[in-house]
Design a protein around this ligand. Structure first.
Ligand code: UT7
Length: 324
């Protein structure tokens, strides 16, 4: 049975950077009080990239995909599977993956979206791994892409300071050499209400609430408990110990969650990839963007054992353990 090996990665962030100070000043014009000190202390976030009006997830996804394909040395025509993880698709349908496929110039590959919010990339990667392991695909493109700024209530300081826009991608290839060793996905739909966008379209009109709402403390508690258990479980299944992990690439929501998790798993800080300070929470894009950043600056190397973890709305969570 072939492994799915990650042979390339890429990321793309919209050029507009908004610092905490700039955001605080903007919110102050509407009598909403926040500060760089509060945001940095509670979350570790210092800035976020925000897409210009009209920029879509598929546009960000295409740019990240092009970087990943170039890095992998794979042409778009060679792809037989394209999965996009997003909660901010361009349209209700067609899927963002089909839009990306057309833009990249591929015809014929299976293309579909995965909706698992901030766990989306880990869900999509696991799905692609299953396609490759079963022989149903040989070259897969997996993307996490979001324009989360479009579903934020910019009058809610409890959420609008936390998120950013971006896209990250990896290319997987069927290989006899070890690649993805193990993966585990979980969900608990009974916790849907702690993080949701409870709007939909009825008779051509948006009904309900189209903005992100979150019980931050409930999400925080669930995240650390679920991710710690998931990390242990995926390592047990793969027959490796937590000490053997070279790099942890967790979902980038809050540096306090990441530090708590690192301590719980007894992973030293220098094994944990952090980009939340620069990108804020980019939902499905956060893990592939962090992974790509650490590959490009030479931290993640050939042969390294990497644990990627996602957690988010649904409630969903999951882990992928990969040998580079
Ligand atoms: O991708 C997965 C999704 N998200 C997450 O993983 C997020 C998980 N949760 C968190 O990261 C944290 O719970 C938050 C960062 C969202 C909040 O941090 P916290 O330490 O749990 O703060 P809190 O919600 O308990 O709020 C503390 C205070 C409140 O004021 P009072 O009631 O104590 O007077 C808030 O109103 O901070 C206030 N506050 C703010 N103050 C300044 C909330 N947001 C802000 C803000 N600026 N932006």
């Amino acid at each position: 049975m072939p492994y799915a090996k990650i042979i390339g990665s890429g990321g793309y962030l919209p050029p507009r950077v908004v610092s905490n100070d700039e955001l605080a000043a903007e919110l102050a014009t509407r009598q909403i009080e926040t500060s760089d000190a509060w945001i940095t202390e509670r979350t570790g976030i210092r800035q976020r990239h925000i897409a210009d009006p009209g920029v879509t997830s598929s546009q960000l996804a295409v740019k990240a995909a092009q970087h990943a394909l170039a890095d992998a040395g794979v042409s778009a025509e060679e792809l037989d599977l394209i999965i996009v993880a997003t909660s901010t698709p361009d349209f209700i349908f067609p899927s963002t993956a089909c839009l990306v496929q057309a833009e990249l110039g591929n015809k014929g590959a299976a293309a579909f979206d995965v909706q698992a919010v901030c766990s989306g990339f880990v869900y999509a990667l696991t799905t692609a791994d299953s396609f490759i392991r079963s022989g149903r695909a040989k070259h897969a493109l997996v993307i996490g892409a979001e324009v989360f700024s479009s579903i934020l209530d910019w009058n809610d300081r409890g959420t609008c300071v936390l998120f950013g826009d971006g896209a990250g991608a990896v290319v997987l290839k069927a290989s006899e050499e070890p690649g993805i060793l193990e993966a585990e996905l979980n969900a608990d739909g009974s916790l849907a209400n702690i993080l949701h966008v409870a709007g939909n379209v009825v008779d051509g009109k948006v009904t309900g609430d189209p903005f992100l709402r979150m019980d931050g403390q409930a999400v925080f508690k669930q995240a650390v408990t679920a991710l710690a258990a998931s990390a242990q479980s995926v390592c047990d299944k793969a027959g490796v110990s937590l000490e053997e992990i070279d790099w942890m690439v967790p979902h980038q929501a809050n540096v306090r969650i990441i530090n708590f998790l690192g301590r719980k798993l007894k992973l030293s800080d220098d094994k944990v990839v952090i980009t939340v300070d620069q990108h804020a929470n980019t939902s499905a894009a956060s893990v592939p963007l962090a992974f790509d950043a650490a590959r490009r600056d030479g931290r993640i190397k050939q042969g390294d054992l990497v644990l990627m973890q996602g957690v988010g709305g649904g409630f969903t969570w999951g882990s992928v353990l990969a040998r580079m």
